[in-house]
Design a protein around this ligand. Structure first.
Ligand code: ADP
Length: 223
């Protein structure tokens, strides 16, 4: 699955460059559940974006199933983002003018599915997160936890191999965050989807089988 070696990311800060990742090495297998933690500004979002094909590394290899995703063409990278990985963000990033089901249909339409097929897949994904009865609601008519469940449905509608979740419970109260986490656990167990989740929450981290700390630009296995 993911095989990352010697990964560097430097942002050009004008007068001063920011070295965020300084030689990250990381491997994981299909269907693993991984928690990543580290101080604010350590580079967790940067790393997740690079894993998900959203941001180019400065140097190093990002291999998925043996292929370096950043050495392929734009089409490959777009298909990787659309089909192989799904993203869940802290602030949901749903499109406000679209209903829940329309938001979830979008990756399917981008992949070229017909509306009817996309609709059926989106309904199924919403059912997975127990939101099938709220499909016509716009994001503003849903609670934070419900919006995040719609975002999870959108992330899984193409049945990705990995879901990359960037502090998915960071904007929610404890019990709502716990429910979101249960949805991710269910996804891991029922669909064998790999999950790489950034979180600050020690209670959630304890429940994740493999934990990694990002510190000093490097990723360390944590106990
Ligand atoms: P974390 O997710 O661990 O809080 P980030 O990956 O968001 O950390 O950011 C790591 C560092 O990189 C921070 O110092 C941040 O300011 C910097 N950074 C992130 N994105 C950019 C960017 N597009 N341009 C310049 N600096 C950036």
């Amino acid at each position: 699955m993911f095989d990352i070696s010697n990964l560097y990311k430097t942002y050009d800060g004008g007068t001063q460059n920011v070295n965020v990742l300084s030689g990250v090495n990381f491997k994981c297998e299909e269907g693993e559940f991984i928690g990543i933690f580290g101080a604010s500004g350590a580079g967790k979002s940067t790393l997740l974006h690079i894993l998900g094909g959203l941001d180019f590394p400065t140097k190093g290899e990002v291999k998925f199933d043996g292929e370096d995703i950043y050495k392929k063409n734009k089409r490959f990278l777009a298909a990787f983002r659309n089909k192989t990985v799904g993203f869940v963000f802290q602030f949901y990033h749903l499109l406000p003018e679209f209903s829940a089901v329309e938001n979830v249909m979008l990756p399917c339409l981008i992949a070229g599915q017909k509306r009817k097929e996309a609709f059926a897949n989106a309904k199924e994904a919403l059912q997975f997160v127990n939101l099938e009865d709220r499909d016509k609601h716009k994001p503003s008519e849903l609670s934070g936890g419900e919006q995040q469940r719609v975002a999870i449905a959108r992330a899984i509608v193409m049945r990705p191999k990995f879901v990359l979740a960037d502090e998915p419970t960071g904007n929610l109260d404890e019990s709502t965050g716990e429910k979101i986490f249960l949805n991710l656990e269910k996804l891991h167990e029922a669909a064998k989807t790999g999950i790489i989740m950034v979180t600050h929450n020690p209670d959630l981290l304890r429940k994740i089988p493999r934990r990694l700390e990002l510190k000093g630009g490097l990723l360390h296995e944590a106990k």
